[in-house]
Every structure is written in structure tokens, then in C-alpha cells.
Ligand binder design. Structure first.
Ligand SMILES: NC(=O)c1ccc[n+]([C@@H]2O[C@H](COP(=O)([O-])OP(=O)(O)OC[C@H]3O[C@@H](n4cnc5c(N)ncnc54)[C@H](O)[C@@H]3O)[C@@H](O)[C@H]2O)c1
Length: 349
């Protein structure tokens, strides 16, 4: 196998991508790019990346070296243009979540991947955690029966990412916590349930807690929600409730998905309020007896690194686990959620 040349652009969360590529059991040469020269050199030095493999300009990186793949880890509003440029330069792309700032851009990205014949994977890394994998397997094996209700949430008490470009964040980020955190818990719930098709969406958004603080921080047009809630009615009759907040008056951070099926239910959660305790259980009834089964009783031999899965989809020419089509579906749902919240009425998917 030839050495895989992989570029990483945007070196905050991009640092995690570099670490995965360095630890991958494959022959990989890494190239890095960040507009912030100090960050570029700090990260470059930390990982002993040669000076000639470091770039401040993404176009220059693409024209200087024939990359096999690129990790796009820049702010959301750059996902579309950077992804399309990388695909057109002949590279496969692993793009950070959310896929883009809206479904229109996401569609252009997917079309570019289809046109160039390159892979486009979205970095929904929660699917690769042990508990999500176990939950997905139990559901796909029919252990829960038919799924009829899902509640999937990511709440923070105070956790606005103030370092994001939050002036006109509706344009730079595409929204607030619904698109930033909600996309993760929505994606993982849809994936576990086999991506049922939505029919109706009713949602609302609030900026109830941090409006004043945003002003004090000099952000006059904090144009996004600090909390959003949505109810999705699926074509198959299933209901899905999504909640996400950057700031809300509650205990502490909670990331939780609860699934109700005709034969069983399950919950996966990271509850940061109670000592970062993870509560992950299956609830079933056997011969009239109710049973709780902890996820710690289930085997899971997978290493669960999304970046390695991306590389393997390239090497084996297989479909990536988190497809562009699924990324686009999440963006279409989020667009409709924001539309319903704006119009204050249910909207058709
Ligand atoms: N999968 C996850 O769990 C996860 C976690 C955090 C962030 N993210 C996603 O990763 C993306 C980046 O988030 P972050 O928290 O790292 O943001 P950040 O603002 O901390 O970092 C972005 C980096 O991109 C660089 N950059 C900006 N414009 C650039 C340009 N034109 N050319 C080259 N570099 C440029 C910045 O200098 C910065 O180093 C976002 O889309 C976010 O949603 C995903």
C-alpha cells in the first residue's frame, strides 16, 4: 500500500483527528493547515510534523500536495467551500459535524462527492462510542421490538462556546445548540432507529438565559437560541423529541437518549451532574418478569475510532459509516426545526 497523504485543516478539534491518524495502524503522512500561524506551529511541533507539511492557506495546501484525504475541522460556515474544494482536488473528505450551516449547502457538498466519486463522511463520532454501538445493535437485532418513542437530549447549565464566531451565529454556525449539540444526539437516535423518515415537525427556540451576557461580551446580534426543543412525527408513527441547550436552569450537563419499544426500552446517558456517571441499561420483560440489564454486561470488541473507520472505508472502498446522505437528512430536519420555530407552526418535512 502506498503512503496515504492526509490533510487536516482547523487545528482545535483537528488536533484529535491528527492523533487518530498518527495512531492508525497504516502508513500515513500528515499535512496540517490553520490560518492561525501560532496554532499551526504549536500543533506542528507537538506532533513533529515537518515544516514543509504545514500551511496557513488551505488552497495552497491543496495545490502543493496531492492529498488522498482531508479532515475539515474549521468553523461550520466554511464546511461547504472547503469540502467541495477538497473533493474537486481529488481527496476523500471527513467533515466535522454539523455537515454545514443549512441543507442547501449540505446538498451541494453531497452532489460534489457524487460528481467526483470521492467519499464524504460526516464526523458523527458519538456513533462510535461503546454504548451507542450496543444500543444500535440491540435495536437492529429486534430486542426492543417496534420503536414508538425516542427522547434525545443534550443540555448544559452554562456552556455557550463563546470562542465561536457568535456574531450573526445564524449565518456562521447555522444556529445555536440545536445545530451544535442537537445534531449529535439527533444523528445518533436516528441511526439507532434506522433513519425513519420524518413527516411533521413542531419546534420552538428560546434565548432565555444568556442574552444579557452576550451583550456584555460585545455580541450585539446574538441571533440564535440558547435552548431549542422539537417534536418529530415520523411516517412510521414513531415520535422523536429533541432538546438541546447551551444554557438552561437545570442541574448540570446531560447527554441522554431514551428509546421505548414494544418489547423493551433502553437508555444511554452521560450525566455530568452525578460525577460524570454513565447510566446505560436495557429494560425488558422475560416470562412476566421485568429485568434491567446493564450495558456493562455486553461485550464490545470494537476500538471505536471514527477516523480509522474513515481510512478503512477508503482502503477497502466501502461506504463510510456516517454517510453524506445521512448528514444531509440531519441538516434537512434542522432546517425544518428552525422554520417551525420561526413560524410557530408545525411544518411538513
Ligand atoms: N465531533 C465533535 O464532537 C466536535 C467537537 C468540537 C467541534 N466540532 C466541530 O469542529 C468544527 C471546529 O470547531 P472547533 O471547536 O475546533 O472551532 P475553533 O474555532 O476552536 O477552531 C477552528 C480552527 O479553524 C481555524 N480556521 C478558521 N478559519 C480558517 C481558514 N480559513 N483556514 C484555515 N484554518 C481556519 C481557526 O484558526 C481554528 O484554529 C466545528 O464545525 C464544530 O462543530 C466537532
Amino acid at each position: 500500500m502506498n503512503t496515504l497523504k492526509i490533510g487536516v485543516v482547523g487545528l482545535t478539534v483537528g488536533n484529535e483527528h491528527i492523533k487518530s491518524y498518527m495512531n492508525a495502524p497504516y502508513d500515513i503522512e500528515i499535512f496540517i493547515c490553520d490560518i492561525d500561524k501560532d496554532r499551526l506551529n504549536t500543533i506542528g511541533t507537538k506532533h513533529q510534523i515537518p515544516l514543509e507539511n504545514r500551511f496557513c492557506d488551505f488552497d495552497e495546501m491543496l495545490s502543493s500536495v496531492k492529498l488522498d484525504a482531508v479532515s475539515i475541522c474549521v468553523p461550520n460556515f466554511l464546511h461547504k467551500s472547503f469540502t467541495i474544494k477538497a473533493l474537486e482536488a481529488g481527496a476523500h473528505v471527513l467533515c466535522e459535524k454539523p455537515m454545514s450551516v443549512n441543507a442547501t449547502d449540505a446538498l451541494l457538498m453531497k452532489e460534489a462527492a457524487d460528481r467526483t466519486g470521492k467519499k464524504l463522511m460526516i464526523n458523527y463520532n458519538q456513533r462510535f462510542t461503546k454504548n451507542c454501538r450496543i444500543a444500535q445493535k440491540l435495536i437492529s437485532e429486534g430486542v426492543l421490538g417496534d420503536i414508538y418513542f425516542v427522547r434525545t437530549v443534550w443540555h448544559r447549565r452554562r456552556g455557550v462556546p463563546w470562542w465561536y464566531p457568535l456574531s450573526e451565529a445564524d449565518k456562521t454556525c447555522g444556529g445555536g445548540p440545536l445545530i451544535d449539540l442537537g445534531c449529535h444526539v439527533l444523528d445518533r437516535a436516528l441511526w439507532m432507529c434506522g433513519f425513519p423518515k420524518p413527516k411533521w415537525i413542531l419546534a420552538n427556540t428560546f434565548c432565555a438565559v444568556v442574552g444579557e451576557e452576550a451583550k456584555q461580551r460585545g455580541i450585539d446580534n446574538f441571533s440564535v437560541e440558547d435552548m431549542g426543543v422539537a417534536m418529530l412525527a415520523m411516517e412510521n408513527g414513531m415520535m422523536l423529541e429533541l432538546e438541546a441547550s447551551w444554557a438552561s436552569n437545570r442541574e448540570s450537563e446531560l447527554v441522554k437518549t431514551r428509546i421505548y419499544g414494544t418489547k423493551g426500552g433502553l437508555v444511554i446517558a452521560s450525566d455530568y451532574a452525578s460525577d460524570n456517571r454513565s447510566i446505560n441499561s436495557l429494560f425488558i420483560e422475560k416470562d412476566g418478569i421485568l429485568e434491567d440489564v446493564s450495558f456493562s454486561d455486553f461485550e464490545d470488541e470494537d476500538t471505536g475510532d471514527i477516523r480509522i473507520s474513515f481510512i478503512e472505508s477508503i482502503l477497502n472502498d466501502t461506504q463510510p459509516v456516517c454517510t453524506a446522505e445521512q448528514g444531509l437528512t440531519v441538516m434537512r430536519i434542522l432546517d425544518k426545526i428552525y422554520l417551525s420555530a420561526k413560524q410557530k407552526i408545525p411544518v411538513e418535512y
